[in-house]
Design a binder for this molecule. Structure first.
Ligand code: FMN
Length: 177
């Protein structure tokens, strides 16, 4: 069975992670767009609030046919310790019955050397993965692994390296064969 990577990305960090994952594990790639405007400072706060409240949003494509796929990666950014609304909406639109699923999320990271935010960031990401797991299982999917990538303060090249290392460390190539 084939593998597909579904992702949403506001500022292209998750997009880079998704693209690198697709190249590394050999998967199809499908980007989901949030039709709500998420740019600008006001929309930033609205977006955080939407995430906290788990408000649904309108996404494009609305539905994705997963019949050809045995393994589905689903990923997006962490917003206020929650999955971005496009991801919550996407999972609710997917039939994951009998699918192996690997959720992934990206988080910011402190650039100033204080450990607190890093730990907070990772804790936020773990909360996101836990919530995605609940939503995935409710749609009939089985979470077989998960990935967290911190994107703040590092270059695109470093993000790509981090993804490749994670694929090796977690032996992700063994899934979906
Ligand atoms: C509304 C909003 C809320 C966020 N909340 C968090 C958070 O709780 N913890 C964190 O570490 N990063 C947070 N971030 C940072 C993003 O998770 C991080 O920059 C991510 O890699 C962006 O991914 P993207 O470029 O694919 O949109 C937030 C970003 C936005 C826009």
């Amino acid at each position: 069975m084939k593998t597909v990577i579904l992702f949403y990305s506001r500022t292209r960090k998750t997009a880079l992670v998704a693209k690198t994952l697709a190249q590394t594990v050999g998967a199809d790639l499908v980007e989901v767009t949030d039709l709500t405007d998420r740019m600008g400072p006001l929309n930033y706060f609205r977006s955080a609030l939407d995430a906290v409240r788990e408000n649904k949003t309108r996404i494009e494509p609305e539905k994705i046919d997963l019949d050809d796929y045995g393994l589905v990666y689903i990923g997006g950014p962490t917003w206020a310790s929650k999955p971005a609304p496009a991801i919550i909406t996407l999972i609710d639109h997917c039939d994951l019955q009998g699918k192996d699923v690997i959720p992934f999320t990206t988080v910011g990271r402190n650039t100033g050397g204080q450990d607190t935010f890093t730990t907070m960031g990772n804790r936020s990401a773990r909360q996101v993965i836990n919530r995605m797991r609940e939503k995935i299982e409710a749609r009939g999917g089985r979470m077989v692994n998960s990935i967290i990538i911190a994107t703040g303060g590092i270059s695109d090249l470093e993000i790509e390296e981090e993804v490749k290392e994670t694929v090796q460390e977690l032996d992700l190539s063994i899934y979906g064969i």
